[in-house]
Design a protein. Structure first.
Lengths: 109, 152
């Protein structure tokens, strides 16, 4: 559990990095960085679920930290609260749709 | 980079790592290690004796930690920590780290994928349930910010 928690913490750090990149490099709101890592994490676990037998591999806790359910809700609500209502709504709805699609596509590879 | 900015950057990284470790440890303890014996009994009672039921892969603890995480994140971001900058170390510790590590989209997708391999409709229902409960939790977090009279 200790190792899994450490790997999970690294995933959180990568998510933070992607949120910073979204804000500084691509000049978009951070919630798009969160959406991107959620979709990537979903695709990875979709691939793992189908193509490997070891579902306890280190990549699973890493994706647990990389992806965030709370940020996928709180980020869009914060954007809505700050006046970016369309961005908030699109991100909130797009996240589960894209995550399921990415996971299914990765599983079908 | 001047020393004070470097210190601040390191502090932010440490805040995310420490929070992520804490949140991840709590989630792993709840979903893997510290499962009470009545949990499986409760699930058995809910899905019946059908060993092939897709709902056997449904994890109520994951639904619970994800929903509690959403409630706390909304309460913190829109309420208690609303005035703090997104890169404030305490905000990073609690929201990006602890709650980000506690909650997860990938495990939910993994669970739905396993359910979907048996019963697509059950996987859809479980996904919808997770989304609806989390929406209620988000509403609860928002109501909490209003009750506290915070800047929301």
């Amino acid at each position: 559990m200790l190792t899994a928690s450490l790997v999970c913490a690294l995933g959180c750090l990568v998510r933070y990095g992607s949120e910073l990149l979204a804000g500084t490099l691509f000049s978009v709101q951070r919630l798009w960085g969160t959406l991107a890592v959620n979709v990537i994490g979903a695709a990875v676990v979709g691939f793992v679920l189908t193509h490997t037998l070891d579902h306890s591999a280190a990549i699973v806790p890493f994706c647990g930290g990389l992806t965030s359910f709370s940020a996928a809700f709180a980020g869009p609500l914060h954007a809505w609260h700050d006046g970016s209502r369309r961005s908030g709504l699109v991100a909130l709805v797009a996240t589960p749709v894209l995550c399921v699609a990415a996971s299914a596509m990765a599983a079908a590879l | 980079m001047n020393p004070s900015r470097l210190r601040l950057a390191l502090l932010r990284i440490l805040a995310v790592l420490a929070g992520g470790f804490l949140g991840g440890a709590i989630r792993f303890a709840l979903t893997n290690g510290l499962q009470p014996s009545w949990r499986r009994d409760l699930l058995d009672a809910a899905v019946g004796a059908d060993a092939s039921s897709a709902w056997r892969y449904f994890d109520p603890w994951l639904l619970a930690v994800n929903s509690i995480g959403v409630l706390l994140a909304v309460w913190l971001i829109l309420g208690v920590m609303n005035g703090r900058a997104p890169d404030d170390p305490w905000r990073l510790f609690w929201t990006t780290g602890a709650l980000g590590g506690l909650t997860t989209y990938s495990s939910l997708i993994l669970q739905l994928g396993r359910m979907g391999q048996i019963d697509t409709l059950a996987a859809f229902e479980a996904g919808l349930l997770s989304f609806l409960v989390a929406s209620l939790a988000a509403y609860g977090g928002w109501k909490l910010t209003r009750q506290r009279g915070s800047r929301c």
